[in-house]
Design a binder for this molecule. Structure first.
Ligand code: ATP
Ligand code: MG
Ligand code: FE
Length: 355
């Protein structure tokens, strides 16, 4: 039957209902607004807000889908990785709902949900078939992952310091933009010249597909230093934003080119996570993929950043994979939320048939 899914790993509180085939019947999502004045997500504020928002949000989602709780087949929630307070709130709510309905609860890895989003029905013309190379670029992650199947992930490389979204947010903060910084920085960059200000391209030209952003961030802060506390001239700020974005795109293109060599069996490049909403980056990835004879896919913007549709979809994929392997429907009501949960650990879900 349909899945009711909850997302609460960071500062989006979301609930979605998907049909068993993965068609979204309804989603309600709130991007919490209590964090901007602190310049970042405050975990305790986020957890309290999830708690306050969830009951009404779940009811509103059921109403929008025109469904009663009894018509739900099972309940799913992100149980990691993420901020533990929010994860506990969302998972407890979901488990309680499942228990009261006598339906199964399925725990979802939030990063796996980002990783599988491109496979939602109708997003990619011919469907995002396995295997594909995934660039996961979000607030907490920056990784190249070989996606061989549901639960089968190999990390080819990752950041040695900041995540991509973290870099966007920190640079946006330096430029005096609001938070979250990514979208604001992209907007400002439209008015700037991407070649105006020379910035480093960390790790570019090196072997492998690791990333580094801290040197870029430091270089940028040095360009700002002469202005002290004074407001930046608008054109200078726009040029910095555009030059930073260009540097990130150059680095990512270089790293992905190497990653594609490490995964010759891939015929598709997929980008996921909040930073995949960046249009400059998307255009560059499309170029790289085309140059290598590959297709490129990225979810629509609203499915790149955190949402509950991807959580419901990952739960459906997990159940389908279990059924295909002759395993029982997953039932995770005793699993605990966890702040860290590497993708490589997901294979153990289907362990009974592996020896
Ligand atoms: P994770 O999924 O790793 O736990 P998260 O859930 O916080 O982290 P997402 O919601 O996937 O991350 O993405 C949020 C990040 O995406 C923020 O850092 C935000 O600045 C960045 N982002 C969103 N839109 C854009 C954009 N247009 N350009 C660049 N960055 C963007
Ligand atoms: Mg968010
Ligand atoms: Fe996320």
């Amino acid at each position: 039957g349909p899945v009711l899914a909850i997302e609460s790993s960071c500062d989006e509180t979301a609930c979605a209902i998907l049909s068993a085939e993965g068609v979204c019947l309804a989603q309600k999502i709130v991007s919490q607004d209590g964090h901007a004045e602190f310049g970042g997500v405050v975990p305790e504020i986020a957890a309290r807000a999830h708690l306050a928002l969830l009951p009404g949000l779940v009811q509103a989602t059921l109403d929008a889908a025109g469904m009663t709780p009894q018509e739900i087949g099972f309940v799913a929630a992100s149980t990691g990785p993420g901020l533990i307070g929010g994860l506990i709130v969302g998972a407890s709510f979901a488990k309680g709902l499942a228990l009261s309905l006598g339906k199964p609860f399925v725990a979802v890895n939030h990063v796996e949900a980002h990783a599988l989003t491109a496979r939602l029905p109708g997003l990619v013309p011919d469907g995002a078939a396995f295997p594909y190379l995934l660039l996961l670029v979000s607030g907490g992650h920056c990784q190249c992952i070989a996606v061989d199947g549901v639960g089968r992930y190999r990390k080819l490389g990752g950041t040695i310091d900041d995540a991509a979204g973290e870099a966007f947010d920190k640079v946006a903060k330096m430029l005096g933009l609001g938070w979250p910084g990514g979208p604001a920085l992209e907007k400002l960059a439209l008015a700037g010249n991407p070649n105006a200000i020379p910035l480093p391209r960390p790790l570019m030209g090196r072997a492998g597909c690791d990333f580094s952003f801290s040197g870029l961030k430091t270089a940028l802060s040095q360009k700002l230093a002469p202005y002290g506390q004074d407001p930046l001239p608008h054109q200078f700020a726009a040029d910095l934003a555009a030059s930073f974005q260009q540097a990130v795109a150059d680095v990512v293109a270089d790293r992905i080119t190497n990653a594609l060599h490490m995964m010759p069996e891939a015929s598709l490049l997929v980008a996921a996570g909040g930073v995949a909403a960046n249009s400059v980056l998307r255009a560059r990835l499309e170029q790289v993929a085309a140059g290598a004879g590959l297709r490129f896919a990225a979810p629509p913007l609203r499915l790149c950043t955190d949402n509950a549709v991807m959580v419901g979809w990952a739960a459906l994929e997990t159940c389908r994979e279990a059924a295909a392997l002759g395993l029982p429907q997953p039932e995770d009501s005793t699993t605990r939320p966890r702040p860290r949960w590497p993708l490589e650990d997901m294979a153990s879900r289907f362990a009974p048939l592996e020896s």
